[in-house]
Design a protein around this ligand. Structure first.
Ligand code: SF4
Length: 366
């Protein structure tokens, strides 16, 4: 069986080189060809001996997910639907801005955590993505966003400057594969992104937040969405297992090594649910000990959600309450609305393994 080298970080690639009778340092050359230059054919790896290129062609492949569709919105936001086999599809979104290009990457096919406002959560859960399927999203985006493969690895030609693990799935529920993909994003021989420019967003899997702190402390965003446990239990069911007090304690521990000196709290604005002045004041009190910023996310509707976006006035008043308390608050711009690429709208194609989904959910929540 051939090996997909997109599954390997630097260490596993070095091990692979030794296994096939090559020097481990070949892994650095391979990493550069695969990830920096976006090459998928070994024949194009010109600084490898011909014999090695031929050997690799019989033993290995470089295979990202297949592109099913590729849409560009009026505002330049670009969304790919990618096949990951067995009728399952995941989505990846590129958001261009004046001074950066952010890629929103998926980590699972669907999600078992079933947050009530989330389109992905409503689709059920099928499986975790492999490392190749996670890093393959960045590999494909870099290729698609450039006319030609990179010829040099420097900041000026970097199209994807930031990665956010905020696509389909809960990244920390697929811990090992996500961390291996993060290692590749940070590796100077691969993508060379700084820790500050790679963000993991979690709904609050507390033990995994601690593991991430030890293994690979990138920037952290936490989907908070409610100022108290009663409401958060309803919106983010994982809260029943890891309530707000434990979550905030984990945030404080994370800050001791985080590349940024604040946590970003995400807060989806739901009309009549979590968007009153009382909620805002409660929120201010709740996070008073945590260095943090807020990102308010106007809810993006999807069929069957039964929820409505807060009015612009309600969002403005909510924001003002937080700002008066001294917090930096951004309101997430709705991007890619016309191609359903906005936050919370990613749906992909999920063959829900309902029994397994129920089972995984029960396991996580127990
Ligand atoms: S918000 Fe995140 S954790 Fe919650 S269901 Fe959606 S993808 Fe899963």
């Amino acid at each position: 069986m051939v090996t997909n080298l997109l599954n390997y970080d630097a260490k596993s690639l070095a091990d692979f080189c030794v296994e096939i009778g090559e020097k481990p340092f070949r892994s650095k050359q391979l990493l550069r060809w695969i990830h920096q230059f976006g090459i998928s054919e070994f024949s194009g790896m010109s600084d490898l001996a011909k014999g090695l290129r031929e050997k690799l062609a019989t033993l290995a492949i470089i295979e990202p997910p297949q592109i099913i569709s590729d849409h560009v919105a009026m505002d330049g936001t670009r969304k790919w639907l990618l096949s990951v086999g067995a009728g399952n599809g995941i989505e990846t979104v590129f958001i261009p801005e004046a001074n950066r290009g952010t890629l929103c990457v998926s980590s699972q096919v669907g999600c078992a955590l079933a947050c009530t406002f989330c389109s992905t959560g409503k689709q059920g859960f099928n499986r975790n993505l492999t490392v190749a399927e996670i890093i393959g999203q960045l590999w494909l985006a870099n290729r698609a966003l450039r006319d030609n493969p990179r010829v040099a690895a420097n900041d000026s030609d970097r199209v994807v400057s930031n990665v956010v693990m905020m696509g389909m799935g809960e990244p920390l529920a697929n811990f090992e594969n996500v961390v291996t993909a993060l290692d590749l994003m940070l590796d100077d021989h691969a993508y060379g992104l700084s820790r500050r420019r790679v963000t993991v967003s979690t709904s609050g899997l507390v033990p995994a937040m601690d593991r991430l702190r030890e293994r690979c402390p990138v920037a952290l965003a936490v989907s908070l969405h409610a100022p108290n446990d009663d409401l958060r239990d309803q919106l983010v069911p994982i809260n029943k297992k890891y309530p707000i007090k434990e979550l905030l304690a984990a945030c404080l521990r994370y800050l001791s090594v985080a590349p940024r000196d604040f946590i970003t709290f995400e807060y989806v604005m739901l009309d009549g649910i979590n968007d009153s002045v009382v909620h805002a004041r409660e929120l201010v009190k709740l996070v008073q000990d945590i260095p943090c910023k807020f990102n308010l996310i106007p809810f993006n509707s999807f069929p069957g959600s039964g929820l409505k976006r807060s009015s612009p006035e309600a969002i403005a008043v909510f924001r003002e309450q937080l700002m008066q308390a001294g917090y930096v608050v951004t309101i997430r711009k709705t991007r890619g609305d016309d191609i359903a690429a906005a936050c919370g709208q990613l749906a992909g194609q999920v063959k829900d393994k309902t029994r397994r989904s129920t089972c995984v959910r029960a396991e996580i929540l127990s």
